[in-house]
Ligand binder design. Structure first.
Ligand code: DAH
Length: 341
């Protein structure tokens, strides 16, 4: 018996296998019902009582070694599936390759730009870190004017022309008027910053799109037409528009634009708070002071401007109720926009 155990141990040491099937055959030959190791355990019953301890220990070692060897051969094959075509399941579905989607804010911003591109507006951009002149001064906000409080500002430096994070994209109007030849017809998307507490309806970082059109004889009727065409492209052909008088330091007259609620078709629902109307942007005729501040002759030229919040447009379009969802980047939320592209 001792020799048989030794012999088997040597044999086990030398075992090799190329395929999982061969490993299984080895297992049956050693540990199966009629396997060599199993048979030795049967012979063990006849062993004299004084030898039981010694042989018992040797047999247990043999069994463990056999099991370990089988496991080792199996793992080796499974770890190299490419080299072992027999153990490779070609029918197994591949790992899914997840494609990323576009963020709802990007989708909305690009849609707004595309609509205005169609109407002949060129893209213009400006810096997020600005100075007081481009964000306030040149836009007819006198120093200490209460209108500056409308937009709580993050200041970076103090002094006569402090550096700050722009609170609106209207600063890009100023930079464009300073630089571009007339007439000007531009659309300016960008990130803006305000010192506001974060809630479902407000955030300290958000996105705006600004529009500006300056030429000879631009009138309020042109503004109204631009706004109407945009609203119909964005919210649907039947969309109605209304303008309410408002105030901005850089426009005169100024107005707030409402569109008919696309959820209840103007009948009144909880999205439009029963009014049938949704506010989408501010607009107005560029104040002559603003034209002059950037070196444009206000007797010869006139223009209109408008500004809208991208998050707000996206909220109205997809009925997103909490602004914070746009910034959390929860994939479950983002995935809802996969089909929008
Ligand atoms: N800048 C304004 C804001 O951030 C939005 C705005 C209103 C822009 C009227 C305009 C405009 O160009 O004409 O609230």
């Amino acid at each position: 018996m001792k020799e048989k155990i030794e012999e088997l141990l040597r044999e086990i040491e030398r075992l090799k296998a190329q395929k999982l099937q061969e490993v299984e055959e080895i297992r049956v030959k050693l540990l199966g019902k009629k396997g060599a190791v199993t048979r030795l355990f049967e012979e063990f019953r006849e062993v004299l009582p004084e030898q039981k301890k010694e042989f018992g220990q040797r047999l247990n070692i043999l069994k463990t070694k056999a099991a370990e060897k089988i496991e080792e051969l199996r793992r080796k094959i499974e770890d190299e599936p490419a080299a072992n075509t027999a153990g490779f399941d070609y029918t197994k579905p591949g790992d899914r390759f997840e494609l990323g989607g576009r963020h709802p804010i990007s989708i909305t911003r690009e849609e707004i730009i595309a609509i205005f591109n169609k109407f002949g507006y060129a893209l213009a951009e400006g810096p997020e870190i600005e100075d007081d002149w481009h964000v306030f001064g040149a836009l007819n906000f006198p120093p200490e004017h209460p209108a500056r409080d409308m937009q709580d500002t993050f200041f970076i430096s103090s002094g006569p022309n402090p550096v700050l994070l722009r609170t609106h994209t209207s600063s890009v109007q100023v930079r464009s008027m300073e630089r571009m030849p007339l007439p000007i017809r531009i659309i300016c998307p960008g990130r803006v910053f305000r010192n506001e507490a974060i809630s479902a309806r407000a955030h300290c970082i958000f996105h705006q799109v600004e529009g500006l059109y300056i030429d000879k004889n631009v009138s309020f009727a042109d503004l109204k037409q631009a706004v109407l065409l945009f609203a119909r492209e964005m919210f649907g052909e039947e969309t109605k528009v209304r303008l309410r008088p408002s105030y901005f330091p850089f426009t005169e007259p100024s107005a707030e634009v409402d569109v008919s609620c696309n959820i209840c078709k103007g009948k009144g629902c909880n999205i439009c708070k029963g009014t049938g109307w949704l506010e989408i942007m501010g607009c107005g005729m560029v104040d002559p002071n603003v034209l002059e501040a950037s070196g444009i002759d206000s007797k010869e030229y006139s223009g209109f401007a408008f500004g809208m919040g991208v998050e707000r447009i996206a909220m109205l379009k997809w009925q997103v109720k909490d602004l914070r969802l746009y910034f959390e980047n929860d994939v479950r939320f983002l995935k809802e926009f996969d089909s929008v592209i």
